[in-house]
Ligand binder design. Structure first.
Ligand SMILES: [Zn+2]
Length: 479
């Protein structure tokens, strides 16, 4: 007996290795069903067999067993393939994501499991939860393509170990806590002092060797990129400590002996990554044998959470073009677009300038869109959530790039228009970053609403991601 519409069962149904697998949903509870002539198909799962049908709860252990039974659900490296990460703080939005990849996102490769250590902390999730939820969601939607898994914004060896143990394959190394912002100067004498203080040995070089980049030219498609004294000094003054930290994290990953690929991310630094700095950083990583599949610079303008690009889009396009040329000249490797959600106006030319060598990361836009469902179905709860988000904004905003003002949030919308809270920038951002506080307070009530309105939730997520993926599909690379 199932209350799930037959079509939904049909979507999840898959035959593999002599067994049939599908998912049923009743009263919000999901169950994995396996039917096989040979009971060996049930091995590894925990559940109950009855008349050739095996029923298993959607637990973490059973997710692991399912990844072993249906190997395409196990995360794999995607190299230079066009990829998009669909960070899902709730662990319930993957069916909608998968549906978008199945429709207009064809050719773009999903990274359903993607969460930063910061987000895991605020949502009390472990790396395994992120992976397991993504497995169930992809399976439920009948996803049979490959999946990636991005352990995002790793800063310590311990972060790496936790994600490695869970089975992540893509590691985003973020060494930028050590960035020296005082090096954002054009004063050569200050930069020379900074250079004298760099721990060159931490990335296995000497000051004299590093300074050999001065005068070096990289031939790009649009002309030569000259690394002058200011650019070289500033790169090492600013990123010197990051290089040592990043190298140590890379070596730690290598020492684990796991199959992995990595990204080097400096996007959360509070300073721009100029083209010359990108080039010197990547030349240094190359020299050190740090072979990354993607690099996340901090581009010009503002890439804020959950909203359109803020800034001069012509300037951004020029920046993107040259950074993409550098990635082709020194790699190729992909450019990684962090806080990449909702930047709809930029996607067509980002896809074009990178020629599909791009990794799009979205984190939290699914959470913001899921809040629409709450806004539509429980105005009272929505008002409580909004009040909490405004009250806790000062602590929630930490480590995020935002331009919202909680004082500007519309707190007087009528019931029928609460959905607009997720469209208006101030409220969208205030709610976007309040996920930790909101879930701590209201999670059971919210989960019930999402569960009761699951089809609507998945539909909203699907539509939102179709807008993200469609522009990349024509340029999609398969690695
Ligand atoms: Zn980032």
């Amino acid at each position: 007996m199932t209350t799930l519409p037959p079509a939904a069962v049909a979507i999840s149904h898959v035959s593999h290795g002599g067994a049939d697998y599908w998912m049923e949903r009743e009263n919000g509870e999901t169950t994995l069903v396996i039917r096989a002539d040979d009971e060996a198909a049930y091995a590894g799962f925990e559940g109950t067999a009855d008349n050739g049908t095996f029923r298993a709860p959607t637990t973490g252990d059973n997710a692991l067993a399912l990844r072993n039974a249906l190997p395409w659900l196990k995360p794999v490296k995607r190299g230079l393939a066009t990829t998009a990460g669909t960070g899902d703080r709730l662990g319930i939005c993957t069916p909608g994501h998968a549906a978008a990849f199945q429709s207009v996102g064809q050719g773009v490769n999903p990274v359903f499991a993607q969460q930063s250590i910061r987000e895991m902390g605020r949502t009390h999730r472990q790396p395994r939860n992120v992976l397991d939820d993504a497995t169930w969601g992809a399976f439920r939607q009948g996803w049979t393509g490959t999946v990636g898994a991005d352990a995002d914004h790793l800063k310590t060896f311990e972060d790496i170990d936790r994600c490695a143990e869970a089975g992540f394959v893509f590691y985003t190394i973020d060494p930028c806590d050590d960035l020296d912002l005082e090096a954002e100067t054009t004063d050569i004498s200050v930069l020379k002092q900074k250079a004298d203080a760099v721990d060159w040995a931490s990335f296995e070089t000497t000051q004299a060797d590093a300074m050999k980049y001065i005068g070096h030219t990289i031939d790009l498609e649009s002309g030569p990129l000259v690394l002058d004294e200011l650019a070289v000094l500033r790169t090492f003054g600013k990123f010197g400590p990051c290089l040592g930290h990043g190298l140590a994290m890379w070596r730690h990953l290598v020492d684990l002996g796991i199959d992995f690929e990595a990204e080097f991310a400096v996007d959360e630094a509070l300073a721009l990554t100029r083209p010359e700095e990108h080039a010197v950083l990547m030349l240094e990583l190359k020299r050190l044998g740090v072979d990354v599949v993607s690099f996340a610079p901090k581009f010009v303008g503002k890439f804020e959470k959950g909203v359109e690009f803020i800034g001069d889009s012509d300037e951004l396009r020029r920046d993107f073009k040259i950074q993409a040329e550098i990635a082709r000249a020194l790699g190729p490797y992909k450019l990684s677009l962090h806080s990449g959600s909702d930047k709809f106006s930029t996607y067509p030319w980002i896809a074009e300038e990178t020629r599909g060598f791009v990794h799009l990361k979205t984190a939290g836009t699914s959470w913001a869109e899921a809040l629409r469902i709450i806004a539509r179905h429980d105005p009272e709860l929505t008002r409580e959530i909004l009040a909490l988000a405004i009250d806790s904004y000062e602590s929630n905003k930490k480590s995020y790039h935002l331009s919202c003002d909680p004082a500007r949030v519309a707190t007087d919308l009528p019931d029928g228009q609460l959905d607009d809270l997720l469209t208006l920038i101030d409220s969208r951002q205030v709610l976007h970053v309040a996920y930790g506080a909101i879930l701590d307070e209201f999670k059971p009530r919210m989960m019930k609403i999402w569960s009761d309105n699951d089809a609507e939730l998945q539909d909203v997520i699907k539509g939102h991601f179709e807008r993200h993926l469609a522009p990349f599909s024509p340029w999609a690379q398969q690695g």
